[in-house]
Each structure stands twice: as structure tokens, then as C-alpha cells.
Design a protein around this ligand. Sequence first.
Ligand SMILES: *Cc1c(COP(=O)(O)O)cnc(C)c1O
Length: 385
Amino acid sequence: MKRIYLASPHMGDEEMKYIQQAFDTNWVAPLGPNVEGFENELKEYVNVKNATALSSGTSAIHLALKVLGVKEGDVVFCSSLTFSATVNPVIYEKAIPVFIDSDYKTWNMSPKALQNAFDDAVKNNKLPKAVIVVNLYGQSADYDEILKICNKYNVPVIEDAAESLGTTYKDRQTGTIGEIGIFSFNGNKIITTSGGGMMVSNNEEYTKNALFLATQAREAKRHYEHKEIGYNYRMSNICAGIGRGQLKVLDERISKKKYIYESYKKAFENIDDIEMMPIYESPNYWLSVMTIKEGSSIKPIDIMEKLEKENIESRPVWKPMHMQPVFKGYNFFSDLDEGSVSEDLFNRGVCLPSDTKMTDEDLNRVIDLVKCCFVKNLNKESITV
Ligand SMILES: *Cc1c(COP(=O)(O)O)cnc(C)c1O
């Protein structure tokens, strides 16, 4: 049986053209015209002044923290409901993460929990150096509320837009709303360069400094002169070539992702136990996620096992960072008086296949199998989608 993926690379028609050009001109490494081309084309797409193409989204977050001056012992507030790559760079710098819960409206950082964390920080006389806000599954966070709070304390926001390229919040592209934004082009993201990332900002100093650090902190001298420790974090000209081709099909990918989400939504409309992730602002619909209502006899594992048997990939919602063994002992601020929104979503959520290469037939296969879990005494054949 054909495997159906959560999200896998989906090439367009022009990636090979840019790669071929790189080979023809021997711009195989290290940099080359595709890197600058990709940066310029992405800048134009999201409407931002500066961009630095990097080897991963993780390295982009790391450099964002560096250029904001995050150092050992500094505190960084961070969305708890995310992938560990959001937080790892905080630890690379020996800084202290403080995790902030989500709210049910956006599934992203809860302004209420954020305010509580700031109240506590003021009490302890130790404000955070930065706040990392994640746009989960391609959905924007509530930036008006979040920025209102952060601006009050003059603390910069890093937008982890790894999953949300093309998503807009009040007509602005996510990634460009905070002081610094980062994108990922890993294989599972909405567009890919096989592996890669980008740091964007309207602040030229930040991007200049990031570029310097990403290229081994080499001073502008004929010989190799170093006054600081740098990194080898630049994107290659081959990867950037893939990115240029992929950027051309980004809008197409978003439409298909939206179609997938809406197909699930419609198909599950009459199943009381299923709720689709709420839509807030204008997402890129990177992953379609459903939750099972509290008290249902069906659990996420039942759905995941049923799909896996048919060679279909699905996943739980990200396990919150405040529940991860590796981040045990760091502070967490919940949106609720008891328990937390992120933990609840983790317990009840299933990420459904959202691969843009899925045919209607594939999509209906998934829908039928999920429906089968909920509709008793109804076999697969009797369900028409
Ligand atoms: C993928 C991802 C990252 C990391 O990006 P890489 O390019 O894989 O390093 C960071 N944050 C989130 C939310 C992600 O989904």
C-alpha cells in the first residue's frame, strides 16, 4: 500500500534549473548567486528589509539569540507547545528558558500566561532578554496582545516562524512582526531546501551581525583574523537553488494545504467527538490537526494505530517543553488555574496527513479510516465521502 506522509518534500518545476546553473558555473560551494537570489526573493515575498540564509532553522534561532545579546544566566521566555529546536539554542548559550503556555484561541503563546510570567519577573527583578513566540502548525500567534506586553517591558520578540512561512497576521507576514524572525526549510516544512533556514529582520545591524557570526566571525582582513567565536552556519548555493524553485510554488502549496484542512473539516463535521484546530487569522495550514473531545472513548493512539496499519503517518501534537525530561526544573506559566492548555492539546490531539502530494483518493482513505474509529457498526465500505 502506498505510504501517505504527514508532510514530505514536494518539488516544483524549477529547482533543477537553479541547481544546474550552480553546477555549470561551479558555484557548488561555498556561497554563490543562488544564496543572494534566494534571500532577495524571500525578502520580497514576506516584505522584510534583511535576510540571511542559514544551514537550519535551529541555527537561525541560535544567531537571533546571539545578536540580541543573550548570555549565560539570562532568562528567555519561550512557547512551551513547540518542537525542542525552539529551546535548544537557549541552552547552547547557557541561558534559562521559562516556558509559557498556549491559549485555546490560537494554540500559541497565551498573553495571559505571558503577563503572569512578566509579573513574576518584575517581582524577582530579572526581566527576560527575549521572548520566543512560535507560530505552531502554520498558525499565527496573537501578536497585538503579545507585543503590547513585551513592548511595555521593552523586551524583543523572536518569531519562530519555522512552520508558518506564508501565514499572515492582519495582512503582515509572520516572521516579520517580531524584532527578528526565523524560517526553516527542513524536509517536512511547507517548502524545503533539503535542510536550511533563514533569519529575517528589518534591523540591518542584527542581520549583519548574524552573517558575521554565521561565517566563522572572520574580520574584514586579507588574512584570517578572529576576535570572536563564530559558527559555520551559512546555506550552500545548491540548497539555495532548491529554495528559489520552491518559493515559486509556495502559494500553490498553501492552497493545497488549505484544501486538505477544509476536506477534513467538512468530512468530520457530523462527528461530535472530533474538533479541528481552530483557525485564527490567515494560516498556511502546514499541518491539519484534530482534537478528540474530553470523555470520548476513542483516544489519539487508536487513530494513530489504525492509520499506521494502513501505512499512513500521523503524530501526536508536540509534547510541551515543560513536560520534557531534558527541560525539567525550568519555570512554566500556565494559562489555566489547574493543568495547562498545552498539556491538554498534547493529550487530545492528532496531526493528520497533510502532504501536498496527496490525491483526493489518498485523502478519502485517511478520512474513512478516521471516521471508522468513531462511527460504530459502520464498516469502511458503507461510508461515502
Ligand atoms: C522545524 C522547526 C524548527 C527547526 O528548524 P530546523 O530547520 O529543523 O533546524 C524550529 N522550530 C519549529 C517550531 C520547527 O517546527
